[in-house]
Design a protein around this ligand. Structure first.
Ligand code: ZN
Length: 666
């Protein structure tokens, strides 16, 4: 499972005299670079380990392209051949449109949008495409020569490969999805195939994730249905062999228990045996000592309409010691926070255990994690392993930092934050406030409090998740402004809370509405929770003018006038929301959510959307990777250097040249 960034409002210190954070922008995409702080300080053997694992993370890129659609590799390679060999005019609108299309194909790992799954609509004509191909010496195309027709049809025929992932109930989801997980197989046939497989293994408390690492194929002539397993000697073998090559290098420098885990993963890649994958996952979950960690394999199944086949991904990372220190301090003081919470004593936990969330620094992204990547990871996915052995949950700090840096100067704060003092505080402390609020929410908020005797939980029904998020958010907001945080050395002053509060209220009352379609109310529970808190505090603080709605030059602004009083309101509300949960008071919960969290003022909604979209901020972001280079002396590795290339096109062309191991048709 992975969680994705929502970065509507963000701000931080501006980089002075450094390379820009945004390295490319096209269509609805911005490409950002990220840095790997702490890499230079790693011991040599860990640097080497990162290097080998990073190589392994890059070798599966073609697999993911092919998984997304069977024509993706020939389309990408044809366009790359054109891009590198076209001698004609590169300033015409049609050429620019072709270049943009290629950038989108790289970003999405195929011809479908990475988020909406719809096929891209080219803004250049088929005739132009064919003319350009014609103008390039035929030998440049090599094996692609006979595929130009297929490629052209894939790009320009709107009836072909319409969507990568169709989830409309009632339709044959496999027949109508263009991903390459099933070939010539109807949905009912695939479902029966795997139902039979599961039935043959019924009662096994440790069921394998059937179908995870294979394409399911129906033979035209005989009707026989079988799996083509992704392994050495199987489908995608040329790429998997390279992955194994680098994993074995990594294994040689890794220490136990990681050494044995890598061996289990290599064995899985060599045999395709899903039991080996489970063995690897169990070892991986139990390993909490290795500083360098990684993901490499067929992991997430969101791309398969049946939720079975997994996309290939790679991620290499190491512990962010400083950020982990932050969550450790919070966790170590969990009892103090619980004891001093404004919640009624009966609903506080007498003995509380904080959770120490791990924060990591990413060093390489690959496959399903590149260029678009989640900001958190929670694995493994197999239910029985999670139940038996737990899971590892981490957040990725250098990626959120890069998002934050990239958002700086996008005009958002200038448009929506009325007062200069608020903008300055948000610039200075916005990221720290966000991080701490998340830490308090995750490490303490959800785990705090207790139910009254006889209450089982679940009484709040459909309002449960909104109120639960509100409870954890309020815990975080209340303590973000507590002098205890200064005492613990986590913040320099109350100014951090001021930055966080101003941003939270603005987002809850106004700016998050930019993500809601016009005419709709707020549905998503995290968004409802933010609206609930902001609107409740606005109304409760009206007499004291704690939060003010200001109209200026025809624009609406939300301003916090009294941060101390606002903190008091967070405390009051936390007490009430905890009471509702502890007593299972459905009526009160229902009233609270319906009154404050759902209904949108249509005029304000339209205004927010108009102002937000006028800023031209690209809604999606992705990343270019750093580069690692071995430094050798007398045939011995003495160091590994990291650098930060800032050219999206060069990185993509380079990867296609150096890490492309699969044939056009697989
Ligand atoms: Zn939560």
């Amino acid at each position: 499972m992975s969680f994705t960034a929502i970065a509507l409002a963000a701000c931080s210190q501006s980089p002075k005299g450094e390379a820009p954070w945004i390295v490319d922008r096209f269509d609805d995409i911005k490409v950002i670079r990220y840095e790997v702080p702490g890499f230079d300080e790693l011991p040599l053997e860990e640097k080497e380990l990162v290097y080998y694992l990073a190589e392994a993370a890059k070798c599966g890129r073609d697999i993911f392209f092919d998984q997304n659609c069977p024509v993706n590799l020939p389309v990408r390679r044809t366009l790359e051949t054109i891009y590198e060999n076209y001698a004609g005019d590169r300033t015409t609108p049609e050429w620019k449109a072709l270049e943009k299309y290629l950038k989108k194909v790289w970003f999405a790992n195929g011809i479908h949008h990475h988020y909406s799954n719809d096929k891209f609509v080219p803004e250049f004509t088929e005739q132009y495409f064919l003319d350009v191909c014609e103008s390039i010496p035929v030998e440049c195309f090599g094996e692609l020569t006979g595929m130009i027709g297929v490629v052209s049809n894939a790009i320009f025929n709107p009836a072909m490969y319409q969507t990568r992932l169709n989830q409309k109930a009632g339709e044959d989801l496999l027949w109508t999805s263009s991903s390459n997980y099933y070939r010539n197989v109807r949905q009912a046939e695939a479902e029966k195939f795997y139902a039979d497989m599961a039935a043959a293994d019924a009662g096994n408390p440790e069921p394998a994730s059937y179908g995870l690492n294979s394409q399911l194929v129906k033979e035209e002539k005989t009707g026989r249905i079988y799996e083509r397993v992704w392994k050495v000697g199987g489908m995608y073998s040329p790429a998997i062999e390279r992955i194994v090559y680098w994993l074995e290098k990594a294994q040689a420098v890794a220490k136990e228990p990681q050494k044995s885990n890598i061996a289990a993963l290599v064995s899985y890649y060599k045999t395709g045996d899903l039991k080996e994958f489970d063995r690897y996952n169990i070892g991986w979950v139990k390993d909490t000592v290795s500083n360098v960690d990684f993901i490499n394999g067929f992991i997430e199944d969101y791309g398969d309409p049946l939720g079975r086949k997994a996309a290939w991904e790679g991620n290499v990372n190491f512990m962010d010691k400083e950020a982990c220190h932050r969550t450790e301090v919070i966790s170590d003081n969990a009892q103090w926070f619980e004891d001093h919470s404004p919640v009624a004593e009966a609903y506080r936990k007498p003995v509380v255990k904080g959770v120490s969330a791990k924060v990591i620094t990413v060093a390489m992204l690959g496959g399903d994690c590149y260029p678009s990547t989640p900001i958190g990871i929670n694995l493994p996915n197999a239910d029985w392993i999670r139940k038996e052995y737990g899971s590892k949950s981490v957040t990725i700090d250098n990626i959120t930092y890069a998002y934050d840096m990239a958002a700086h100067g996008n005009g958002f704060n200038e448009e929506f934050v009325l007062r200069a003092e608020d903008r300055e505080r948000m610039d200075k402390y916005g990221k720290l406030a966000d991080d701490l609020h998340t830490d308090l929410h995750e490490c303490l908020g959800h785990g705090s409090g207790q139910l009254a005797p006889g209450v089982k939980g679940g009484e709040l029904k459909s309002y449960g998740s909104t109120l639960e998020e509100a409870r954890a958010d309020l815990f975080g907001l209340y303590y973000l402004g507590d002098p205890k945080l200064v005492e613990l050395g986590l913040v320099p002053s109350f100014d951090v809370a001021k930055a966080g509060y101003a941003k939270y209220i603005l987002n809850g009352m106004m700016t998050q509405l930019a993500r809601v379609e016009l005419g709709k109310n707020v549905e998503e529970s995290h968004m409802r929770n933010r609206k609930l808190i902001a609107e409740w505090c606005y109304e409760r603080g009206k007499a004291d003018n704690v939060i003010e709605v200001v109209k200026e030059n025809g624009k609406t602004y939300v301003v916090v006038n009294d941060f101390e009083k606002l903190r008091g309101l967070f405390g009051e509300m936390l007490r009430e929301v905890q009471r509702i949960k502890s007593e299972g008071d459905y009526e009160a919960g229902h009233k609270l959510v319906e009154q404050y969290a759902v209904v949108v003022d249509p005029a304000l909604h339209k205004e927010v959307r108009d102002r937000y979209y006028a800023l031209g901020i690209e809604p999606y972001g992705g990343f270019v990777n750093p580069e690692f280079e071995l430094v050798e002396q007398d045939g011995k590795i003495v160091d590994v250097k990291v650098s930060y290339p800032a050219n999206y096109v060069e990185q993509m062309l380079g990867y296609s040249k150096d890490y492309s191991f699969l044939p056009n048709v697989n």
